[in-house]
Ligand binder design. Structure first.
Ligand SMILES: Cc1cc2nc3c(=O)[nH]c(=O)nc-3n(C[C@H](O)[C@H](O)[C@H](O)COP(=O)(O)OP(=O)(O)OC[C@H]3O[C@@H](n4cnc5c(N)ncnc54)[C@H](O)[C@@H]3O)c2cc1C
Length: 328
């Protein structure tokens, strides 16, 4: 496994869904996740423009939800835990390794990468999985990320302290404030004191409204969302603000002989329902099953992949055909 960063590293995407619990179990990582003490999330609140009316979605009441509770995670810690778990299961994890290209022949693929000392290297493999997130190194080599015409959004986000929370069971819930321009603001508690705050804004609005710096832009979007007033009176930003642009999209080619694309590299859906990590993990597991079967049968042509849930509009629920076997 080649990863260009050295973990822990920042990543956006903190709010999880209850279906992830079954995937953690399939991966044998649920005990490590439980021991990490991530913030508990029991549901989501959607607040009206003025912050007055609120619609609450409680996972305990939701249709087809396998468990009433999930987690909110600082991705730096969560992703690091998963990376170390994959190494403990036998994956050869090379951090600080930037994948440059992949060449395909009938009997193998050759991946070239720059290692952590800046040295160019090659590795011969049976199959390449592009899990490079929005980089999509194979998705864009053989196809393109086709932007969704409706969900053309930009996000500006940072972490804050001093935002009041609800009491008790709902203290860890995600809150979403709607805006009149079809944008929205998220508030995701990621520790006892820190809340991740982001504004998702249509690109056309952002072009008119953005300010000289990401920090000023985020503060402008918060101020112009009337429902935020009571929440931000004592709020302090504790990190620089970041901008994520160019979404949502769908990759035009997702697999062929000896390569396959999963997660954000394949498709990215607007984050309003916190689906990204779940779909990436589910896609990863389904692809791993297909490759594993191909290795057993000595047949690693275009794998017969199960429908990619984000692409074919399948139900957002894990469809593991059988428990994964993993070695510790
Ligand atoms: C604004 C915003 C808010 C979001 N909020 C949520 C949320 O609340 N909940 C949720 O579930 N999802 C959310 N998401 C989506 C979530 O971030 C992604 O869906 C998820 O991280 C996808 O996982 P992945 O493994 O496919 O890609 P990533 O998590 O991006 O991982 C890809 C990895 O590949 C590495 N890489 C990239 N290129 C190379 C290369 N050439 N060589 C080697 N390594 C490489 C990167 O360093 C990275 O570690 C949000 C996304 C955005 C933009």
């Amino acid at each position: 496994m080649l990863e260009r960063e050295v973990f822990p590293r920042f990543h956006i995407g903190e709010s999880q869904l209850p279906w992830s619990n079954e995937l953690f179990q399939a991966l044998g990582v649920q005990e490590k996740i439980a021991a990490a003490g991530f913030v508990k999330k029991w549901g989501a609140s959607f607040l009206a423009l003025d912050g007055g009316a609120e619609q609450y979605a409680d996972f305990a009441q939701a249709v087809e939800t396998p468990a009433p509770q999930t987690i909110q995670v600082p991705r730096a810690r969560f992703d690091h835990l998963l990376l170390e778990h994959s190494a403990s299961c036998g994956a050869d994890v090379k951090q600080g390794s930037l994948v440059l290209d992949a060449e395909f022949a009938e009997d193998a693929a050759t991946v070239s990468y720059e290692d952590k000392d800046g040295k160019r290297r090659e590795v011969r493999v049976a199959m390449v999985v592009d899990a490079s997130g929005r980089t999509g190194f194979l998705a864009r080599k053989f196809g393109t990320h086709q932007a969704d015409p409706v969900l053309r959004n930009v996000a500006v986000h940072a972490q804050y302290e001093g935002i009041p929370r609800r009491d008790g069971r709902r203290a860890g819930d995600i809150r979403m404030l709607t805006r009149s321009d079809m944008g929205w603001i998220w508030l995701i508690p990621i520790s006892e004191s820190v809340i991740s705050v982001g504004a998702v804004i249509p690109q056309a609005v952002h072009r008119q409204e953005s300010r000289p710096t990401p920090e000023e832009t985020l503060e402008h979007y918060i101020k112009t969302s009337p429902g935020s007033r009571p929440l931000f009176q004592e709020a302090r930003r504790i990190t620089p603000a970041r901008v994520d642009a160019d979404y949502s999209y769908l990759g035009t080619r997702l697999s062929a002989d000896r390569w396959v694309v999963v997660g954000d590299a394949a498709a990215f859906l607007d984050p309003i329902f916190s689906t990204g990590v779940l779909l990436a993990m589910q896609g990863g597991i389904e692809v791993a099953e297909a490759i594993s079967a191909g290795l057993r049968e000595g047949r690693l042509g275009a794998p017969r992949l199960p429908p990619f849930p984000a692409v074919r509009g399948g139900l957002l629920r894990p469809r593991l055909s059988r428990p994964l076997v993993h070695s510790q």
